[in-house]
Each structure stands twice: as structure tokens, then as C-alpha cells.
Ligand binder design. Structure first.
Ligand SMILES: Nc1nc2c(ncn2[C@@H]2O[C@H](COP(=O)(O)OP(=O)(O)OP(=O)(O)O)[C@@H](O)[C@H]2O)c(=O)[nH]1
Ligand SMILES: [Zn+2]
Length: 206
């Protein structure tokens, strides 16, 4: 999978002034972004977040999921560390796209859970592919990540495409009445490590 680096600029935010790097995925034309802070190319593991696009959660304040809250928490953590990377990956709806995600939400409004809804539409539960991350990280000179995620499958998926994760850092967000069922399904069917026993825990990973 190949990506082309296009341009980099500053991105001031309430948390820090990041450097924003823009990439184009050659096969699909999708446009991805990396935000970096500090020297990430010195060889030491970098605090990082691989964030999958969620227009509803990241930009429209949706309470159906935890994405927007995780995005903000990740940027705050990177700012507090003074060094880190966030890849903003255009894999909306776990890879099925925005309009199909709205179709899936419609089914969830009728009682399906997030996995059943995807399957009823003819999709897998999670269609994301992390291969795109490798050339982006290589371009940035990043060799190893301390990855902020609750998803062990993401850690495995990265290992499968040759990205070294030295550590998993939990990134847990509070429940609300709208995301309770969604988070329970993620824990029960998708294997996410959510819950108090994992709070603050850090794991070694292959
Ligand atoms: N198909 C579908 N996608 C969803 C739904 N809710 C959120 N998403 C998408 O799920 C992606 C985020 O994945 P999550 O499963 O929440 O989390 P993760 O990235 O696997 O794991 P973390 O690193 O712990 O956040 C984003 O692309 C969202 O657009 C849903 O009900 N259906
Ligand atoms: Zn979301």
C-alpha cells in the first residue's frame, strides 16, 4: 500500500501547536493526516493514537460513541508528554463509509447492536485495514508506538502489517446513556478492554 506525502504545516490547537502532515493514498485517493509534536524520529517509542474517522463523534458532538472524547483525550495526552503522534485515518464507520454508518445507526435505532447492524448490511464487523499506517509512520521516522487504544485487535492488526507496538496505553471514556449499549457491545463482541480493572493499566505487547 502506498501513500504520497503532500505537504506539512503548523496546526495550532487548544492543546498544543502540532505539525500537520498531509498524505494521499494512491490506490483510493483518500486523504489522511498525521499530527506530530516534538522529535518523534529519535528512535524511542512514541506516544501515539491511530484514530479512525468518525464525523459524527469527532465533529458533530455525537454521544452514540466515544470517538470525539478519545480524540480530545489523545491530543491532551500527547501535549502533556510534549511528544507524540496522532494519525487521523479516513476509515469512517470502521471502513464502511459515512452513509453506510448512518444505515447501520438506523438499524441500531430499531434494536440491532453495532455488530449485528454491520452484518445485516452485508459488511464485516470491522473492515479497517491498518497497512496505510506503515508508510506514514516511516515517513515521520517513527519506529515504535506506545499506542493509546482499548482495542487489542488493533494492536494485533498493526503487528500484522509490521508496525511495532511497545506498549498499549488505555484510553477510556466515561459512559453516558446513549453510548452504554455501544460500549458494552464493543467489550462483549469486539474484545475491547473496557472497565475499571483495566483503568490505568499498561500492557506489554508483541
Ligand atoms: N459501522 C459502524 N461504525 C461505527 C459505529 N460507531 C462508531 N463507528 C466507527 O468506529 C470507528 C472507531 O472504532 P471503535 O470501534 O470505536 O474504536 P477502535 O478504534 O477500534 O478502538 P480504540 O482505539 O479503543 O478507540 C470510527 O471509524 C467510527 O466511525 C457503528 O455503530 N457502526
Ligand atoms: Zn464514533
Amino acid at each position: 500500500m502506498s501513500v504520497v506525502f503532500v505537504a506539512a504545516s503548523q496546526l495550532p490547537t487548544p492543546f498544543a501547536v502540532f505539525t500537520m502532515h498531509g498524505f494521499r493514498e494512491e490506490a483510493t485517493g483518500r486523504e489522511h493526516v498525521a499530527l506530530t509534536l516534538g522529535d518523534v524520529a529519535d528512535g524511542a517509542p512514541v506516544l501515539g493514537r491511530l484514530h479512525s474517522e468518525c464525523l459524527t463523534g469527532d465533529a458533530l458532538f455525537s454521544l452514540r460513541c466515544d470517538c470525539g472524547f478519545q480524540l480530545e483525550a489523545a491530543l491532551r495526552a500527547i501535549a502533556a508528554e510534549g511528544r507524540g503522534v496522532l494519525l487521523y485515518l479516513r476509515q469512517e464507520g470502521r471502513g464502511i463509509g459515512l452513509l453506510n454508518k448512518i444505515r447501520a445507526y438506523e438499524l441500531q435505532d430499531g434494536g440491532a447492536d453495532t455488530v449485528e447492524a454491520n452484518e445485516r448490511l452485508g459488511f464485516g464487523a470491522d473492515q479497517r485495514d491498518y497497512a496505510i499506517c506503515l508508510p506514514m509512520l516511516k515517513h515521520l521516522g517513527i519506529q515504535s508506538l506506545k499506542l493509546m487504544t482499548n482495542n487489542p485487535r488493533k494492536v494485533k492488526g498493526l503487528g500484522d502489517v509490521g508496525i511495532q507496538v511497545s506498549q498499549r496505553v488505555p484510553l477510556q471514556i466515561a459512559h453516558n446513556p446513549h453510548n452504554r449499549k455501544y460500549l458494552a457491545t464493543k467489550a462483549g463482541k469486539l474484545g475491547h478492554l473496557l472497565g475499571n480493572q483495566h483503568q490505568g493499566e499498561e500492557e506489554e505487547s508483541a
